[in-house]
Design a binder for this molecule. Structure first.
Ligand code: SF4
Length: 366
C-alpha cells in the first residue's frame, strides 16, 4: 500500500508517518499545506462544506498526484459533519477519476467487523506485538510533540533572540522523525526542553496569558490558522492550548462505544455544565469549559478559532458570549474561511492583546 495521510502539523508528519512506516507501508505525505492545497479543496468540495474538509480534500489530491493509492482518514459520529467527511471526499475523488482505497478509522458504531478489516489491512501481516511496539513509539512521539509545542508557546514570548524557539523546535523534531525507540524520543524531548530553557529571558514573568480554544483542526493546523500561536508569541503573549490530540485518541481507545457511546465527564465538561450541559459535537462543549476554567485560573483572555459554518463552534460562540459577560473575561472569536487574510488577522490580534494589557494594568492599579 502507498498510504497518504492528511496534514495535521507535526503529529501526522512525524508520529502518524512513523506508525505506518514501521508497519512496512510506503507513506507518501502530501506536500505541506499551501494556497494550492486550499484552492484544490475549494474547487472540488461543495461550497457549504467546512474548511477542514476542503483542505483535507486538497491534501488527498496532492497525495494521489504523488503516487499514493490508499487514503487514510479518521471518522466519527455525532452531531457534527465530521462523520461524513471520508465518504464525501471518497465520492468527490472517485467522480474526478482517481483510483484508490479509502480507509476511514473511527470508533465503531455497529460496524466492528468493517473496522477490524481496516486494522487488519493496516497491520500488513505484522504480528500483534509489532503493532503494539509501533503504536507505543508513535504515541511517545505524539506526547513529546505536544509537550514540546506547549513549552515553545511559553518560551517564544520570552526568547532573547527572535526566532530561536522555532529553530530549536524544528531541530528537535527533525531528530524525533528518525527516532527508533520510546527511550530515544524521551532523550530528544529532554534535550530540546533544556535548549528551550536556555534561551528564555527569565526576567519576563508577568506576561499576558491567553487560552486558545475552538475547532480541533483549525486550532492545531498552523497553515489554516495563519500561525496564530507564533504570531501571538511574537506579540509577547503566552498561549496555552485548549485543544490536543491526546484526549481524542485516548477517548477512542477507552472503547467508549462499548459503554453505549458515553464519554466520561472530565473537568472541562464539568466546568461547561452550567452553560452547556451536553455535547454539541466537535469541541463545542470543551470550548465553553476551557473558557470557564481559563477565567477561574486567572488567565487574561481566550481566543476561539472557528471554521466558517462549523455548527458546534457556532453554538459554543453564542454560549461563550454569556460566559464572557458573566465572568468579565475577554474572548475574541476568529472565524476562518478561504478568504481569511493575514493582515486583518494581525490587526485583530494586536487590538485584542492591547485590550488585555490595559485591563491587566487597570487591575494592578486598583
Ligand atoms: S467540528 Fe466543525 S469544522 Fe469540524 S467537522 Fe464538525 S462541523 Fe466541520
Amino acid at each position: 500500500m502507498k498510504v497518504t495521510i492528511p496534514n495535521l502539523g507535526n503529529i501526522t508528519l512525524i508520529a502518524a508517518k512513523s506508525l505506518f512506516v514501521n508497519l512496512g507501508h510506503e507513506v507518501i505525505m502530501p506536500p505541506p499545506n499551501s494556497k494550492r492545497t486550499l484552492d484544490l479543496g475549494v474547487r472540488y468540495a461543495p461550497e457549504y462544506c467546512c474548511l477542514p474538509l476542503k483542505i483535507v480534500l486538497g491534501n488527498f489530491i496532492e497525495g494521489l498526484e504523488k503516487g499514493a493509492d490508499t487514503l487514510l482518514m479518521v471518522g466519527g459520529w455525532g452531531p457534527c459533519r465530521f462523520g461524513y467527511y471520508a465518504e464525501t471526499q471518497k465520492r468527490i475523488l472517485k467522480s474526478l477519476g482517481y483510483k484508490f482505497e479509502m480507509i476511514s478509522l473511527e470508533v465503531p458504531r455497529g460496524n466492528l467487523l468493517h473496522q477490524l478489516h481496516y486494522v487488519h489491512r493496516l497491520m500488513n501481516k505484522n504480528s500483534f506485538s509489532t503493532l503494539i511496539k509501533s503504536f507505543r513509539l508513535a504515541w511517545a512521539q505524539v506526547v513529546a510533540i505536544e509537550d514540546l509545542e506547549q513549552e515553545a508557546l511559553r518560551t517564544r514570548p520570552r526568547e532573547k533572540i527572535k526566532g530561536e524557539t522555532t529553530k530549536i523546535l524544528q531541530a528537535g523534531f527533525s531528530l524525533m522523525e528518525r527516532a527508533q525507540s520510546v527511550e530515544e524520543v524521551e532523550k530528544i524531548k529532554q534535550k530540546t526542553l533544556k535548549n528551550l530553557e536556555r534561551i528564555k529571558d527569565q526576567g519576563k514573568e508577568d506576561l499576558i496569558k491567553i487560552k486558545l480554544v475552538g475547532e480541533f483542526y483549525v486550532a492545531l493546523e498552523p497553515f489554516v490558522n495563519h500561525n496564530i500561536e507564533e504570531k501571538l508569541g511574537y506579540l509577547g503573549v503566552e498561549v496555552e492550548r485548549g485543544v490536543s490530540v491526546q484526549p481524542w485518541v485516548t477517548s477512542a481507545l477507552n472503547l467508549n462505544f462499548l459503554k453505549g457511546g458515553q464519554k466520561k465527564e472530565g473537568p472541562v465538561e464539568k466546568a461547561a455544565r452550567p452553560y452547556l450541559p451536553h455535547s454539541v459535537g466537535g469541541e463545542g462543549q470543551p470550548t465553553v469549559g476551557n473558557v470557564v476554567l481559563a477565567s477561574e485560573r486567572g488567565l487574561d483572555g481566550a481566543i476561539q478559532v472557528i471554521p466558517f459554518t462549523c455548527m458546534p463552534e457556532i453554538v459554543a460562540e453564542t454560549v461563550v458570549k454569556k460566559v464572557s459577560e458573566d465572568l468579565d473575561f475577554p474572548v475574541l472569536t476568529l472565524i476562518y474561511d478561504e478568504q481569511t487574510g493575514e493582515e486583518g488577522l494581525v490587526t485583530r490580534l494586536e487590538a485584542f492583546v492591547d485590550l488585555l494589557k490595559s485591563k491587566k494594568l487597570n487591575r494592578c492599579l486598583t
